[in-house]
Design a protein around this ligand. Sequence first.
Ligand code: T46
Length: 137
Amino acid sequence: MSLKRCLLIELPRIADPRGNLTFVEGGRHIPFEIRRVYYLYDVPGGAERGGHCHKELEQVLIAMSGSFDVLLDDGRERARYHLNRSYYGLYIAPMVWRELDNFSSGSVCLALASAPYDEADYYRDYQTFLQSLRRAA
Ligand code: T46
């Protein structure tokens, strides 16, 4: 069911001849309080990020510049998203495996997260992730 909770969130856009503006308010535009922000940048061509799942962390990923793909997998279904607009955020629920690839040159992935970094919240091995799903079923 976790994949069904993931969705693209359209963020507000203030169109302006001087350049457009988008803003994000935790708890209003995204369904959690923002406790951490990090970003991926200078990603070399062909590189892949992610390859893990979070036990409890919720995140929203935004392509601040350029584009990349996000593969989501809840152990039963898979979905691939192409992020290429800074006014869309991809909400990723807990217990969803994610892989990021196809980064365009100069792309920047902004991540809004519901908790501080905690390595204990990761499943970094796919089989361990599947086993934990089976245990919970
Ligand atoms: C995710 C994808 C989209 C920290 O010290 N603090 C942090 O906040 C983060 C995110 C990472 N780190 C350290 C942990 C590792 O030693 O930075 C190193 C690289 O992290 P990782 O291999 O997890 O990076 P990605 O790009 O594969 O995954 C990250 C996030 O970890 C993950 O939550 O969903 O970006």
